[in-house]
Design a protein around this ligand. Sequence first.
Ligand SMILES: Nc1ncnc2c1ncn2[C@@H]1O[C@H](COP(=O)(O)OP(=O)(O)O)[C@@H](O)[C@H]1O
Ligand SMILES: [Mg+2]
Length: 491
Amino acid sequence: MSDLIRILVVDDERPIREGCHRVLTAKDYHVCTAENGQQALEILEKESIDLILLDLKMPVLSGEEVLQAVQERHPDLPVIIITGHGTVDTAVECMKNGAYDFITKPFQIDQFLATVRRASEKRKLEQQARKYQEENIRNLYDLHLEKSRLRTMINCMANGVMVTNRSMEVVLHNPVFMQLLDIKEEIEAPVAISSIISDQVLIETLASILNQREGKSEWVTQEIQAGARALRAISAPATGPQGDIMGTVTVLEDITPFKQLDQMKTDFVNMVAHELRSPLVSIRQLQSVILEGLTGPLNEKQKDYISRGMNKIDALLDLINDLLDIAKIEAGKYVQRRVPTDLARLIQEAITLLDPRAKKQGITITSEFHDLKPVQADPKNMEEVLNNLLTNAINYSPNGGTVAVRAAGLGEFMEIEISDTGVGIPEEELPKIFDKFYRVKHPETRKVIGTGLGLAIVKSVIEAHNGTIEVESTPGKGSTFRIRLPMIVEN
Ligand SMILES: Nc1ncnc2c1ncn2[C@@H]1O[C@H](COP(=O)(O)OP(=O)(O)O)[C@@H](O)[C@H]1O
Ligand SMILES: [Mg+2]
């Protein structure tokens, strides 16, 4: 809508019409004129007019009649009555009937303009108010539509959805959420989350999401058990327009079928590994009997072939043992017993065992111990951990160098560091080396035989002992693996 105000001047006296036209046009009003009431009403039909200046005494239709007609058809249109001295009473009467104001002839230009200005401003304000009101209604409608659309979407989702407020009450949920958690009776929102969800880990996660710093919106993924169902819960903060945390959103997915498939895969691998191991062990034994010359003398070529074959069998047995270990870890059966364990002794033994191999590669292994106390651990698991880390340190140092083992008691923790001066690991590979079967491709260590399972086993074992493992590495310089295990605190 333009800001231009369009004024219709209705007067049978031409000088008045022309005078008004001149004065008002000079003030940037758009002016049209009519010399009688009939003409005025015709113009009103065709054009959009914001204000009427209306003479009272006119032939054909009187001003009063025109006013009445205008009020019927355009009740919001302000009308200013033009009146001579003799008709002031009628003008007052007109105002009672809804005219906005009146001006008397002859006009005082200033007064005339002031009256017109007031009337146009009123008109403008009214129009603006109407526009806002319309917009408001439209917004409310859109909002309502948007809300019901969102509702429909959430209700039709194949995943469970739960939204909590800052006081950890469930304020929104969908039917799948109810199904997954096996909740029969309808929830009257908002209800305390603890009365619906029994998984403490999820509740703690949501609490920590609410307490986290604003702007840091990370998704947390975890597995929860709901009766016989395994669910994956993905939670995130629900943020307001200013980024402030207003609650949490959790999406639940039923992963029971995947878990079952995964279990089938583990059982299968387990079965195959078991079935392969015994014949392989027999073949190895037979080969070693042959190699030792117990079945008659061998020439060099035969010895070479048999021992190469045995190396391959050893690699296969390593893979099989790693697979069986992983299967045990995943079934939670790997850590068998926990006893006070002297790590210094285990470290020394592991070094003694691997030293010949290190020497062959020109590697020196050093060790250093400070303030050691026993840790509560399964010694066989710890042997496996040390063996894996030391073997890696040796294997991935093709050009000799040093492997340094340091173990120290640090208050409540025992820290073991295994550093090497080997090929190192690029930064982007660091997060992946603890994954099952992951091996970094490096031209100098291409020939190293491995399964990519060692560090996955190490990490699981350490975490099962409530410990942590981290790695620092500089490609070309070397790597340091650092383990922390809780020490036994004497009371
Ligand atoms: N000390 C190390 N120095 C350099 N790279 C290493 C070291 N330890 C592990 N890695 C990298 O991590 C990968 C995974 O190690 P691991 O799980 O023990 O499997 P594997 O030794 O059987 O390949 C290795 O293949 C290697 O690329
Ligand atoms: Mg390894």
